[in-house]
Design a protein around this ligand. Structure first.
Ligand code: HEM
Length: 510
């Protein structure tokens, strides 16, 4: 008996210790937001959240109101659902709410990259090259690559007026990935290939091969970042990571022509900091995924919504034709490529509104901050809540803003002119509870971690639509076919994907 007592006590202590560690004893303290731990210790609501975060969060909001804490796989996450309170999160000091901690874990798991101490240059380099004058240079490269790719895929001049058919998602992903990749990461050199034609051919073949591998990696991505890949998937993800690290190595990139300043500066910064070259390649992979993961699916939704809404397609087409005419350019069989400038793309408010509307419906990231110290957090209605160190604060703008019927009436409908005033200017006045909402759509995130590529991405979407309208007639193969449902596994990551592709056809207009 005397021997059993210490053994039982030790077991009891470890059991209690284990339960403590997984948070079984956590109770809501005074001033804290409502706490909902679910019924499964440690996992909490993780399964419901993973299965359908939209339904889950709407249910929690109905139950608890605009702020609540839920347990998800060992993390306590406080969701803030009231857009009028987002400013408080944005302006909070990094010593209290930090965007980079979660980002670091995500980036390590997805790309194998380990951030340096105090590394926060991603926004600065982005500001320099992905907006303003830097953007003009990148847009020119993109315009050339996009035109070459779409005209190449349309066949020879003899094929003109012959319909080509493809899956719209495959087409958008393929063209945007290859044009984006070549514009950012550069072209094969004439010197190495012997002639311009051979260098171009190499780029076509290489970018197509890389695209196929990228799709494989991207399809594993949601389960990879949620650590839910089975062994086979893990091995495949590892193989793909190695392939990309190899293709994007410092030496290989430096051998290319026309590498964008955005990429060069990121590499130079890391060289100067003495980062090992294998780690730099991992960073390049992060930039490749960041720059290519969302624009293809976003362009898919834009083209699909336009084809499904003839009145929108007509309005955008008239605008595009007018802008082209104003520059005295004409598309002719065998004629030169058109020169699509930044100025031209600044005269397209209808297209801008259609892009904004598409992103409102299709961009659904979850934005996360780590709580770095116990703190008070005031929401818009004046109530103050206590947040605990070690927890997370999250926003899911898709539900909180983009689908809010008060801010956007009939939120599930695509209205191409939702972001236009009656006089044709950009609309930025949206209201909730009689108050103006600053963040009325948030496809790019918030504050310090906001997407640095947003201007480049919008230009990509506008360029592809502009060029498709100028060069092609295009339509859905079956105009009656429904818009495909949403792939539930992609919520929270960025632009949502459809569960399956939809066929469309296109042919040269001239
Ligand atoms: C429709 C296309 C795109 C969408 C919807 C999108 C959206 C986003 C979002 C929501 C984030 C995270 C923001 C946060 O956590 O607060 C992000 C991060 C990022 N995006 Fe984009 N993005 C797009 C295209 C691009 C492009 C074209 C580039 C580069 C040329 C790019 C580069 C990046 C980078 C480097 C980050 C990481 C920023 C950081 O860690 O601070 N994105 N993007």
């Amino acid at each position: 008996m005397s021997l059993w007592l210490p053994v039982l006590s030790a077991l009891l202590i470890s059991l209690l210790g284990g339960l403590y560690v997984i948070g079984a004893f956590r109770r809501r303290r005074s001033k804290e937001p409502p706490l909902d731990k679910g019924h499964i210790p440690w996992l909490g609501h993780a399964l419901d959240f993973r299965n359908n975060p939209v339904e889950f969060l709407q249910k929690m909001q109905r139950k608890h109101g605009d702020i609540f804490t839920v347990e998800l796989g060992g993390y306590y996450i406080t969701f803030v659902m009231d857009p009028l309170s987002f400013r408080s999160i944005e302006k909070e000091a990094r010593s209290k709410l930090d965007a980079s901690l979660f980002n670091k874990q995500f980036v390590e798991r997805a790309f194998g990259y380990h951030y340096l101490e105090n590394e926060r240059k991603i926004q600065e380099v982005g500001n320099k090259h992905l907006m303003g004058d830097g953007l003009v240079v990148m847009m020119q490269a993109l315009m050339k690559n996009l035109q070459n790719l779409i005209l190449y895929s349309a066949g020879t001049v003899e094929d003109h007026k012959k319909w080509q058919q493809d899956g719209l998602l495959h087409y958008s992903n393929n063209i945007l990935f290859r044009a984006g990749y070549l514009s950012l990461f550069g072209n094969e050199t004439v010197k190495r290939m012997g002639s311009k034609e051979k260098a171009e051919e190499f780029d076509w073949v290489h970018s197509e091969e890389l695209f196929n591998e990228f799709r494989k990696y991207d399809s594993l991505f949601p389960n990879l970042v949620y650590a839910m890949l089975p062994l086979k998937g893990k091995l495949e993800a590892e193989r793909l990571k190695r392939l990309f690290w190899n293709v994007l190595s410092f030496k290989k990139i430096m051998q290319k022509d026309n590498v964008s300043r955005w990429i060069i500066d990121h590499l130079q910064l890391r060289q100067e900091q003495g980062m090992a070259e294998y780690m730099q390649a991992r960073y390049m992979f992060l930039l490749l995924w960041g720059s290519q993961g969302n624009t293809g699916p976003a362009s898919f939704w834009l083209l699909l919504f336009l084809m499904k809404h003839p009145e929108a397609l007509k309005a955008v087409k008239e605008e595009v034709d007018k802008v082209l005419q104003e520059t005295n350019q004409e598309v002719k069989p065998g004629g030169p490529l058109i020169n699509l400038t930044r100025d031209m793309l600044m005269k397209t408010p209808i297209l801008d509104s259609a892009v904004e509307e598409t992103l409102r419906l299709a961009s659904a990231p979850v934005l996360i901050r780590a709580v770095m110290q116990d703190m008070d957090f005031k929401i818009a209605d004046g109530k103050e809540y206590a947040l605990r160190k070690g927890d997370r604060v999250a926003i899911f703008p898709y539900i909180a803003v983009q689908m809010d019927p008060e801010i956007h009436p009939e939120p599930h409908r695509f209205k191409y002119d939702r972001f236009l005033n009656p006089d044709g200017t950009k609309k930025a006045d949206f209201y909730k509870n009689g108050k103006k909402v600053k963040y009325f759509t948030m496809p790019w995130g918030l504050g310090i971690s906001m997407c640095p590529g947003r201007f480049f991405a919008m230009n990509e979407m506008k360029q592809i639509v502009f060029l498709m309208l100028v060069y092609f007639d295009f339509e859905l193969v079956n105009a009656e076919e429904d818009i495909p449902p949403i792939d539930q596994s992609r919520w929270g990551i960025g632009v949502i994907h459809p569960t399956h592709d939809i066929q469309f056809r296109y042919r040269l207009r001239f």
